[in-house]
Design a binder for this molecule. Sequence first.
Ligand SMILES: [Zn+2]
Length: 185
Amino acid sequence: MLTEAYLAAHRTTALSGDPAIDTHMAPRAIVLHWTGGATASSAWNTFAPATLSGRAELTKGGALNVGAHYIVDRDGRIERIAPEDRVVRHCIGLNHVAIGIENVGGDPTWPLTQAQVDADAALVRDIASRRPIRWLYGHSESAAIEASPVFEEKDPTYRNAKPDPGAAFMGKVRAAVADLGLEGG
Ligand SMILES: [Zn+2]
């Protein structure tokens, strides 16, 4: 299956060979993103297919589609689109341990909203109350992500530089959950 193949190609830790085990995830990190699009439905349509399409910079990394565990709309509405304990492709090097939260929008056309700051903070707080989350990252924080002790990527040339969800947004979310003592950034 696509997720198993992705993990086999990218993880430095050997897989068990049982997809049920290998695609199961014990989350230790949360990565925040923006979709770059205007609506939650367009995000859902992007993430729904199993196979990646039209993303030349990503196809060399495998056919598995990109996705997320949660979509946060611009009004702060939260929708879960994948189980928290399933591997989803959203952040190079951390997909085996990280829950992905996609915020609808993106600079400069659809700047993220205060409602999304509040929703992301509430969601991070909720997840961290239920699971042993140690790290909170923005997708753009590539240096910190790569320095993470849980980062795994076999291919040293498989990297990308992402702008999402922006330093200002990350600063606001981190301030709202500062009491949790999460690392990263
Ligand atoms: Zn992203």
